[in-house]
Design a protein around this ligand. Sequence first.
Ligand code: DGL
Length: 281
Amino acid sequence: MNQPANDAPIGIFDSGLGGLSVLREIRALLPHESLLYIADSKYAPYGEKPERFVEARTLQVCRWLADQGCKALVIACNTATVHAVQTLRETLPLPIIGVEPGLKPAAAASRSKVVGVLATANTLKGAKFARLLASLDGESRFLCTAGIGLVDAIERGDVGSAAVRASLAGFLQPMLDAGADTLVLGCTHYPFLTDTLVEMIGGRMALIDTGAAVARQLARRLAEHGIAAAPGAAPFTRYATTKEASHLQDMVAALLHVDAQAETIVIEPAPPLDAAAHVLR
Ligand code: DGL
């Protein structure tokens, strides 16, 4: 593969809409960069799918991004990072930036040293997450809960209904009862619940989102590789989805307050859900 030019786009991948919370930070920090966002909404949520499927599908979608000429990839999905980032780095010759739940900043910020962690079931059961927890042994007590149903709700555009609030209350009350004063948003979808969370637990728990830190890490990697876009470049942002373009377009308007065209792209056949292991091995 030829080295992409400095004005090539940065590929940003998520199972669905969550990565838009990372894209928002990247646009703010790196306004000269062109971005190609892909939401694999047809197969979201990844958080409750077989881990081997998540690995194989992530590789398949990221190959598509590389084929579009992206100069670097941001895996704006904790679940995909946990299960696929190593395979991606071994397979694709591009700088690849993953994300991980912000346990370290949370441990540093917490006064009570009790930290709640909300993430997908798959993120919490990955070996990479277990290593992160082990590396912080003794720093804080981490109360980890799978936010079952939250990604589905956010994919539908629901960031504050009575049902979402009831789910959040069920996840957060045990954390509050245990003295948690800090909450890690360990899934890139969850920052879109910030307004609802502030209403529910503002003043009692500080929210930790790593989107801005991911953008800074991307900036460092672009500089190291000498592939940052020059100031004055005319950047574009392209929004693609494997589901309905009109829904992504509506969600970009609702969540980012940006009017943009979105497109539907086809990346098939997806790995079989029950035999994904054969795709990679
Ligand atoms: N945004 C993804 C993450 O950060 C959501 C995964 C899912 O599709 O369940 O984990």
